[in-house]
Design a protein around this ligand. Structure first.
Ligand SMILES: [Zn+2]
Length: 256
């Protein structure tokens, strides 16, 4: 299938119009006429992903985080990125960023994580597509929620702020990735806990002042994308002669 057709199918599911204004999603390198037989999915296009793609003769790499972010392919400053681009050009591998158009979708990561937690009535919070929220069928303890999150994301530690160790949780809001600055949108009388991947110090202070409970899981939580997109693309291209492969990047962060 031609690259143009592949992209059309993906954008039918995740229209670029859903992306944030500040984002740089979509096709970043590749020509419409490229023939696509093998797709690789990853959180970020790293050197390890590139090497895996080359040895598996991949035609298109779909990363969650756009590889080129407000930068022109000919004016990239980072050495490692230049090396990757050189290899992409040599092997004619296309790259595509499936970022906030996925995040804000009803079928995106935030909704899916709330589904995993067994939340009901999952929808955008206060019409902000990047924050989804839902209600648990029954209240659970704060600590039990942390255990569930550690299991889903396979992480040993979380950072959190709560107001009472006995706090019960029913209404959960989430913005995976760097969603900490959205804490100012969260009303503590509407949401029992806000879950995100990264939060700056000022936002921790604001959470404290506004009496918000928060759980911060680290940005690597978004590797959730890799598995989810593997399932989604296998459905989209079920009848096409295209194989889908995923590459779970290694988190560069070590916990001790
Ligand atoms: Zn992210």
């Amino acid at each position: 299938m031609k690259l143009k057709e592949v992209i059309k199918k993906i954008e039918n599911e995740f229209p670029i119009a859903l992306a944030a204004k500040w984002d740089f999603p979509g096709l970043q390198y590749g020509k419409n006429k490229f023939e696509v037989k093998k797709i690789m999915i990853c959180l970020d296009l790293t050197t390890a992903v590139l090497n895996d793609a080359i040895s598996n003769k991949i035609d298109l790499i779909i990363s969650h985080h756009p590889f080129l972010f407000n930068e022109k392919i000919k004016k990239i400053k980072l050495k490692y990125k230049n090396k990757i681009i050189e290899q992409l050009q040599k092997h004619q591998i296309a790259i595509y960023g499936l970022h906030t158009q996925y995040d804000s979708s009803k079928k995106g990561m935030n909704s899916k994580i709330l589904d995993d937690l067994k939340c009901e009535d999952v929808k955008s919070y206060r019409n902000i597509n990047f924050i989804k929220y839902g209600k648990l069928p029954e209240e659970i303890n704060f600590d039990d929620l942390i255990v569930k999150l550690k299991t889903i994301f396979n992480i040993p530690y979380v950072q959190f702020l709560n107001w009472d160790n006995e706090q019960k949780i029913k209404k959960i809001a989430i913005c995976a990735g760097a969603g900490g600055d959205l804490i100012n949108k969260i009303k503590s009388d509407e949401i029992d806990v806000f879950i995100t991947g990264e939060m700056k110090w000022n936002d921790w202070i604001l959470s404290y002042e506004n009496k918000n409970s928060v759980i911060v899981l680290n940005h690597f939580m978004e590797n959730y994308f890799t598995n989810d997109m593997d399932i989604i693309l296998k459905k989209i291209f079920l009848k096409d002669d295209i194989s889908i492969k995923k590459h779970d990047i290694k988190s560069p962060i070590i916990y001790k």
